[in-house]
Design a protein around this ligand. Structure first.
Ligand code: GLU
Length: 519
């Protein structure tokens, strides 16, 4: 890539299901790199394997990117100057390049049936070649345009025999490239098999399509998971054989996200086993109906999700952990991505979300929390509507409880008592403390509250304490009982703040009701 060239990166998922944490992190690093360098971020759907295509997966990917705030500049949904952005819609062009490779002797037709391939794997094992693969050692024993006479090849093709096109990997070359994270990486071509480039259905495989598309879409940097490193020699040769070496993108192979307990890639099964999601958003498999949980529905803020992902394998060299997307754009650098895998830690993920909820303005949380309240029957309305809760009031509640919420879904449990009377009381806490003396105190408190003209937290607290002294009881003990009367349990924000928020009628009503229940 020349220095004047505009940075162009791509995220190239196959639409085969939900989007895993690792996938979203790849999106994020692409996005950050593009923004940092004033470049373009492309979403390309790699749907050439029709057997793995899953209905709805493409739209799901688009929604995930939207939720995360990592929207592409060009995509199948948005269009753009280098479309189409779905490989299945680019089918004819791949064939053309596969044929060019055959013409130049860099690829060949292979006619082997599935049974013949199976025979190779099971019967051509030798001590020197214990895992036979379709490569320079065996290709002349198989049925292809290198081993068969030309007339036979022509006859087969004209007769419509199914064939694939395979790359002809050279026997003894050392090839390499400079990975932006790993530095120099080299490969022995003789150890790599003759990968299929074009399948019998005329669709390219990933190997051919990725090179043809990265070239035609003018991709300057390609970031993908470490699991693709073994395929790099095939891609390197294709860039060379197609005469595009000068335009080859710079590559970075991103480290794996590892399971929290042990080694190996974090899988959906680890999430199920340890009780946390590994997908960005809920994903329902259209074939099995199985639902896999996502971070969004668990109650993550997109900002904290993205922040947490950025820190899986990257830091800016300081102790800082909380970053907005803008901060990340300003600081992100591929040089600081670690080579080693990053262990996923769900407690740390929760910590990020809690920090973000604390740090987020209550006004800003309104849009996210209000639907959760509405689902519980809280009718919100603009100020003045009767029977409805105003936006201001909901924002006040959010402000009062947000320190206590790890997930957005915690807001209801932490604040339902602002909207409805408690239905149950923590009698384990109340029982040992409840007696005639305390009962008399609360009867007096209720009567006192009912005749107040002004009612605010400070006044109530002063009156409460004076009344406790008059009754000869410690205020601390009474406060616990008062809290259970108002919220049902020993939790919640400032007690007198809650009472002030409820207002004098509701506060007195809850005291009377609890006194009756406590007996
Ligand atoms: N389609 C590949 C995948 O789903 C993309 C790999 C790449 O980015 O080159 O992982």
């Amino acid at each position: 890539m020349s220095s004047a060239q505009k940075v162009r990166v791509r995220f190239a998922p196959s639409p085969t299901g939900g989007l895993h944490l690792g996938g979203v992190r790849t999106v994020l690093f692409n996005y950050l790199f593009a923004r940092r360098h004033g470049g373009d971020f492309v979403l390309r759907i790699e749907d050439t394997d029709q057997t793995r295509f899953v209905e709805g997966a493409e739209e799901y990917i688009q929604r995930c990117l939207e939720w995360c705030g990592l929207e592409p500049d060009e995509s199948p949904f948005k269009g753009g100057p280098y479309g189409p952005y779905r490989q299945s819609e680019r089918k004819p062009m791949y064939r053309e390049f596969a044929l060019l490779l055959v013409e130049s002797g860099k690829a060949y037709y292979a006619f082997d049936t599935p049974e013949e391939l199976e025979y190779m794997r099971s019967s051509l094992k030798t001590a020197e070649n214990p895992n036979p693969q379709y490569d320079h050692r065996l290709r002349m024993q198989m049925r292809n345009s290198l081993s068969l006479p030309q007339e036979e090849v022509d006859r087969l093709i004209q007769g419509g025999a199914p064939y694939v096109i395979r790359i002809r990997m050279p026997e003894g070359e050392t090839i390499g490239f400079r990975d932006m994270i790993r530095g120099e990486v080299t490969f022995q071509t003789g150890q790599v098999d003759d990968k299929v480039l074009l399948k019998a259905d005329g669709m390219p495989t990933y190997h051919l399509a990725v090179v043809v598309d990265d070239y035609h879409m003018k991709i300057t940097h390609a970031f993908r998971g470490e699991e693709w490193l073994p395929s790099a020699p095939v891609h390197l040769l294709l860039w060379k054989y197609l005469g595009w070496e000068e335009s080859m993108p710079q590559w970075a192979h991103l480290p794996l996200i590892l399971k929290p307990d042990g080694n190996g890639k974090l899988s959906k099964r680890d999430g199920d086993r340890l009780g946390f999601p590994v997908f960005a958003m809920d994903w329902k498999d259209p074939k099995t109906g199985e639902l896999t949980k996502g971070f969004k529905e668990l109650g993550f803020l997109p900002e904290s999700f993205v922040n947490m992902l950025a820190m899986l394998g990257w830091n800016d060299g300081t102790e800082q952990e909380i970053f907005t997307l803008d901060d990340l754009v300003a600081r992100f650098d591929m040089d600081r991505v670690h080579k080693g895998g990053a262990k996923f830690n769900f407690d740390k993920a929760k910590w990020f979300n809690h920090e973000w909820i604390k740090f987020y303005p209550a006004e800003g949380l309104y849009e996210l929390v209000e639907p959760l309240f509405a689902a519980k029957g809280v009718v919100s309305a603009s100020a003045g509507s009767r029977g409805a809760v105003t936006r201001e009031r909901i924002v006040d509640v959010i402000r009062l409880v947000k320190e206590r919420c790890t997930f957005l879904t915690d807001f209801w449990d932490q604040s339902y008592f602002f909207f409805e009377d408690p239905v149950e009381y923590d009698m384990v806490a109340v029982g040992p403390k409840w007696n005639e003396k305390n009962k008399a105190f609360f009867e007096a408190l209720s009567a006192d509250i009912k005749q107040l003209v002004d009612f605010d937290a400070a006044l109530l607290e002063t009156n409460f304490k004076a009344l406790a002294t008059a009754h000869g009881i410690k205020a601390g003990e009474l406060q616990m009982l008062f809290r259970v009367m108002l919220v049902g349990g020993k939790f919640g924000p400032s007690l007198f703040g809650i009472a002030a928020f409820l207002g004098k009628e509701k506060t007195a009503h809850r005291i009377d009701k609890a006194v009756a229940v406590f007996g």
